[in-house]
Design a protein around this ligand. Structure first.
Ligand SMILES: [Mg+2]
Length: 426
């Protein structure tokens, strides 16, 4: 049977999540700011129309805020993460196979559905259901390969007449849209490859689709060859949809809300990131064999700059937050130099191993090891139910939390904290 995929993608996800719970934002230009309210990391279409750029510093937008009603929201990742989960749940009600690809997009397997309903009608049903269940607006692109489904989704976003759904299962329509699409906009091509392709006379998606796959493999790579086949409706990239590639490293770091000048605050921040990294590592069901810590002053300072990092190969691979924190704190003490105004610290875990595959400490007791593992499982379970950092290590708690993020326009945790549930007046 002919394979068919739908790519469902939320329109301006972060701004949309904010608008769901604050309807006064609908129709207004909205951006979401990075940690510490530094620069724009997400924009809705009204904000794009004002000319707000990705990564633009917030202080440059004062005029838009005052004259054009631009709304700046602090990033609320607890809200976006939970809304993403709800979005995926809604999609699961539409197809037996949902392949999440990022926080706001997922591929659905629609193979065989045509015998019940037309692809376009089904796309509208999915779009309406997601809207009804979550309040989020999405676009749906339907095609015989993931790359063409991406292209269809792009078309649905670009052309309002499509009403958010494009069925690209027909070859004539595929070729027409491909002829209007520069190669750089094809999924997986990007600006570097598109320049090389252009030098060879391949400027549009259609020219790429018509290129000889063997010639492409010889001059580029097997990955680009697969893209060519995908553009001709042959699904090849399906393997990347099945399993997310195993992580090679975990990095937990953030810039401080205000500069840190004392060692105690620094160690409290290091412990916080270390235990967060440990939690992520256990979530991946891995242990790490190498750990490093980095710290730095702001690179925008003219003088008194300092940046350094130190790592350690662990004697025994571990996923125990207490071990990770102990080593991270030791490294941080070694890195610390008095007299600087630090603005960033982070932890990097790598050299991942499968738990149980390594020889453990000769002197350790098996019962102790099991008890340590149980403790971490319990810790993660409590924190996942009661909220992040409900249970934390002593060192993480520090009276002066100047290093915490600045989030002045943070919306409530509408969907994950009882006290923040919105009330509706009738
Ligand atoms: Mg999106």
């Amino acid at each position: 049977m002919k394979q068919v995929y739908a790519l469902c993608d939320v329109n301006a996800m972060y701004a949309a999540c904010e608008s769901v719970f604050d309807p006064t934002l609908v129709g207004r230009p909205v951006i979401v700011a990075s940690n510490n309210d530094g620069c724009a990391v997400a924009r809705n279409k009204e904000a794009k129309a004002l000319g707000v750029k990705m990564g633009q510093p917030i202080f440059e937008l004062r005029e838009h805020i005052e004259k054009n009603g631009l709304v700046v929201c602090s990033s609320n990742y607890a809200l976006y993460g939970d809304m993403s989960f709800r979005f995926m749940q809604a999609l699961s009600a539409c197809s037996p196979r949902v392949m999440p690809y990022s926080i706001d997009e997922a591929f659905l397997d629609l193979t065989g559905i045509e015998s019940v309903v037309s692809y376009e009608d089904f796309g509208h049903q999915v779009k309406d259901l997601v809207k009804q269940w979550t309040g989020l607006p999405i676009c749906v692109g339907i095609a015989p390969s993931p790359t063409l489904a991406k292209l269809a989704n792009h078309g649905a976003k670009q052309y309002p007449a499509t009403n958010g759904v494009v069925d690209l299962t027909d070859q004539v329509r595929q070729r027409r849209l491909l002829s209007l699409t520069p190669t750089g906009e094809i999924w997986g091509i990007g600006s570097k490859l598109s320049k090389r392709l252009e030098a060879l006379g391949i400027r549009t998606g259609l020219q790429l689709a018509d290129a000889d796959p063997k010639w492409i493999r010889k001059h580029f790579s097997v990955v680009v060859e697969r893209t060519v086949r995908e553009l001709n409706g042959v699904p090849c990239h399906t393997d990347i949809l099945e399993v997310a590639p195993a992580k090679q490293q975990i990095v937990c770091s953030k810039s401080f809300g205000s500069p840190v000048t004392d060692l105690d605050s620094m160690l409290s921040a290091v412990s916080h990131h270390a235990s967060r990294a440990g939690e992520k590592l256990r979530g991946e069901r891995r242990e790490c064999g190498y750990l490093s810590v980095f710290m730095s002053t702001s690179r925008y300072r003219a003088t008194d700059q300092y940046a350094n990092q130190k790592g350690i190969a662990l004697p025994f691979p571990t996923a125990d937050s207490r071990e990770i924190t102990r080593h991270a704190v030791d490294l941080a003490r070694k890195l610390w130099r008095d007299g600087y105004r630090y603005n960033k610290v982070g932890i990097n875990l790598s050299d991942f191993r499968t738990p149980g595959a390594n020889q453990s400490d000769f002197f350790s007791q098996i019962e102790d090891e099991q008890r340590d593992k149980d403790l971490m499982v319990t810790l993660d379970r409590i924190n996942s139910i009661a909220g992040k950092n409900s249970v934390q290590f002593g060192r993480q708690i520090h009276k002066n939390k100047s290093w915490e993020m600045r989030r002045e326009n943070l919306s409530p945790a509408y969907t994950t904290r009882w006290a923040d549930i919105p009330t509706v007046k009738c």
